[in-house]
Design a binder for this molecule. Structure first.
Ligand code: NAP
Length: 247
């Protein structure tokens, strides 16, 4: 059990990658608090699956892009579990389109859900981590945050921002035992990628050295590494989980 007596807070864990991270950390003994936006039934199912590992679970419906609500979530988690050792900023959305046709709402929605959300949670969680003089923060970015992607300037900008945010905070709080890292997934099979045309999926898979799309658990395994003491001397890093797609 790598995470016994630890508490993890994960944003957006009712489905997909966030859910896989929640289950992976629970399987190693961590108590899990997680948020979601609107998928109540899926969130309750995630909660049940976490509890099946014999750890505590707390599911909270809260919009991660809202500064005040995010602070309240952290207060609630601290009231129930007394500590937060691991924060995973996973909540994210896409609203794709070419820059020329992109509206302000499309830009703001993605930047708020993907980037401001991470600021909200890091800002709220840091005082408790500073008090404990330890903590692991993981931002879920994307390979397009490193390389860009036509039709995703809002999403790519938000994901690049998560890298700058992590590296800056890593420098600010490293001396207090807090590590901040980034995971950059490639093409992972979740609801987010489910609507892609099959021929596009095939083309992507053929361009990946490992010749397959990733599974949420592939990302969760790297998050376990970054959340645990196995990565005790790793901070400010970006780890791509993409089958070698973006070297
Ligand atoms: P997903 O299947 O669409 O799940 C998104 C999760 O985020 C859901 O639990 C959703 O809650 C939650 N969420 C969305 N907006 C939120 C908000 N404002 N506040 C709180 N929760 C919110 O997505 P995914 O594929 O698992 O992606 C997870 C993360 O990995 C995202 O940051 C995404 O950008 C990143 N990523 C994914 C891929 C990929 O190929 N799938 C690649 C690179 C990076 P509800 O269920 O309530 O809507």
């Amino acid at each position: 059990m790598m995470l016994e007596n630890k508490t993890a807070l994960i944003t957006g864990a009712s489905r997909g990658i966030g859910k896989a991270i929640a289950l992976k950390l629970a399987s190693q003994g961590a108590s899990i608090a997680f948020t979601y936006l609107k998928s109540e039934d899926a969130a309750m199912e995630t909660k049940r699956e976490i509890e099946a590992y014999g750890v505590q679970a707390l599911a909270i419906a809260s919009d991660a892009s809202d500064f005040e609500s995010s602070g309240k979530v952290v207060e609630q988690v601290l009231a129930q579990f007394s500590r937060i050792d691991i924060l995973v900023n996973n909540a994210g959305i896409t609203r794709d389109g070419l820059l020329m046709r992109m509206g302000e709402e499309q830009w703001d929605a993605v930047l708020s859900a993907n980037l401001k959300s991470a600021f909200n949670y890091i800002h709220a969680v840091i005082p408790a981590m500073l008090k404990n003089r330890s903590g692991s923060i993981i931002n879920i970015s994307s390979v397009v945050g490193i390389h860009g992607n036509a039709g995703q300037c809002n999403y790519s900008a938000s994901k690049a921002g998560l890298i700058g945010l992590a590296k800056s905070v890593a420098q600010e709080v490293g001396s207090r035992g807090i590590r901040v890292n980034v995971v950059a997934p490639g093409f992972i099979k979740t609801d987010m990628t489910a609507n892609m045309p099959p021929e596009m999926i095939k083309a992507w898979e053929n361009s990946i050295p490992l010749r397959r799309g990733g599974f949420p658990e592939d990302v969760a395994n790297v998050c376990l590494f970054l959340a645990s003491d196995l990565s005790s001397y790793v901070s400010g890093q970006v780890i791509a989980v993409d089958g070698g797609m973006a070297m």
